[in-house]
Design a binder for this molecule. Sequence first.
Ligand code: FES
Length: 61
Amino acid sequence: MYVCLCQAVKDSEVRQAVASGVEDVDQLAEALGVGTGCGSCRDFAQSLIDEALDESLAYAA
Ligand code: FES
């Protein structure tokens, strides 16, 4: 599933970026360019990041 159509970034790539240390949408923009086009994906991208962070915390516990 695409998270950011402008940059053709998929949710699997967002999860990988979170696994490599990305914690918010600004860092994701630097890493993958998400949100640097029309910007309409930023809220959804942030919720995906939060979800992935929650999952990684659950694994760590
Ligand atoms: Fe991500 Fe446009 S869909 S910047």
